[in-house]
Ligand binder design. Structure first.
Ligand SMILES: NC(=O)c1ccc[n+]([C@@H]2O[C@H](COP(=O)([O-])OP(=O)(O)OC[C@H]3O[C@@H](n4cnc5c(N)ncnc54)[C@H](OP(=O)(O)O)[C@@H]3O)[C@@H](O)[C@H]2O)c1
Length: 340
């Protein structure tokens, strides 16, 4: 067999207008790559950005100027290794793996919405045996983002009071569990329909963003993690302790905020500059975490049962546009997953 089914885009645009299911050649792994038979791939907001090409700045950040250099979208997945490049030492055919499919920023297409994808060995981790492929595929991008943003600010000892805003989405679901694994007291904020879900992940207190304003209700908070990026900095300050911190993760909300060229990037750069004068903003750091290191931490938590991945819904490969539409409409708890 030399061909496979894949979702392909020839230009940037709305997912329902530019994505097509096609028969294409199965890729050949480079010397340091493995060929993975994709068993499940996840849908997250960055996939929408990569397909639509918004904010336009992403086209200059490695994605491709006129169209995505990699025509097949999808970034994180779980599957089985079926072939390895000549320099691969970490995996063999038959190994079950999970991870992102490249080592670049999340706005670059990764080729995961296909039956097969080539992945550099150094970004992958072994899939824990105690979770399904669908569950494993729901973890990498959201988990890496949650880990990178939280790990420096979580206390080693219990008692830290943390607000997570947007706590029932893909990133928030993992953030709650990371915080609870470190003994924190977690206040989860999300939609009315998701309150029980947040409790089931371990949140000690839950708030409904449609009815309540967390910054008016809570005091003495050590850390606010604003995944939804809907809280104002000045409002957060009345909730935080004098040395409390706010970490902002979310950005553009599918272009609905009108910032289609630069997106939230100027805002984030402004926050980094402002952090020099504001004790509530973390000191800017360009220190990153290797994807493999993050994946191995997540794998250890999955194996230990301290992290449970939640699959909100699954869609077949032919329905990727519907899956992305479902993500944009909200109201799902956890991560939407594609099953080729
Ligand atoms: N996913 C990633 O891996 C990743 C990577 C980098 C950056 N980011 C950014 O992080 C943000 C969140 O990503 P995600 O994957 O967690 O998205 P998600 O799965 O869509 O979750 C976002 C959550 O925030 C909730 N929400 C919406 N408005 C809110 C408000 N006013 N107050 C509190 N909660 C609200 C949503 O609920 P509703 O059902 O009401 O909409 C949803 O549960 C996005 O901006 C994304 O671009 C994500």
């Amino acid at each position: 067999m030399t061909t496979m089914r894949a979702i392909v885009q020839d230009r940037y645009g709305a997912p329902d207008q530019v994505l097509q299911l096609r028969e294409v050649d199965i890729p050949t792994p480079a010397p340091d790559e493995v060929l993975v038979r994709v068993r499940a791939a996840s849908v997250n907001p960055d996939v929408w950005h990569a397909i639509s090409g918004y904010p336009r700045l992403i086209r200059l950040m490695g994605a491709g100027f006129r169209k995505q250099k990699q025509p097949i979208p999808g970034l994180d997945m779980a599957g089985e290794v079926t072939a390895v490049g000549r320099d691969v030492t970490d995996f063999r055919p038959g190994d079950a793996v999970f991870g992102e499919t490249h080592d670049e920023i999340q706005w670059v297409n990764g080729g995961a919405y296909a039956e097969y994808v080539c992945v550099p060995q150094h970004v992958l981790s072994r899939k824990p045996v105690n979770i399904t492929f669908e569950q494993a595929a729901s973890v990498p991008t959201s988990g890496i983002i949650a880990l990178v943003n939280l790990r420096k600010h979580l206390w080693k000892q219990p008692g830290q009071r943390i607000v997570i805003n947007g706590a029932a989405g893909g990133v928030g679901s993992i953030a709650i569990q990371l915080a609870k694994a470190n003994g924190a007291y977690v206040i989860g904020v999300d939609h009315t329909s998701k309150l029980d879900y947040m409790r089931s992940l371990g949140a000690d207190k839950v708030l409904d963003y449609t009815q309540e304003n967390v910054t008016k209700l809570e005091q003495d908070v050590d850390l606010i993690v604003d995944v939804a990026s809907t809280l104002s900095l000045s409002d957060c300050k009345r909730t935080l302790k004098p040395d409390g911190l706010i970490v902002i993760i979310g950005h553009d909300h599918y272009g609905t905020r009108g910032r289609r060229t630069l997106g939230g990037i100027p805002y984030f750069l402004g926050l980094m500059l402002w952090a020099r004068f504001d004790r509530h903003l973390p000191w800017p750091s360009f220190e990153t975490m290797e994807k493999r290191d993050a994946m191995n931490i997540l794998r250890d938590m999955l194996e230990a049962g301290t992290l449970t991945p939640i699959v909100a819904k699954t869609f077949p490969l032919s329905q990727v546009p519907a899956a992305i539409q479902c993500l944009q409409e909200g109201r799902t708890c956890g991560r939407i997953v594609i099953v080729p």
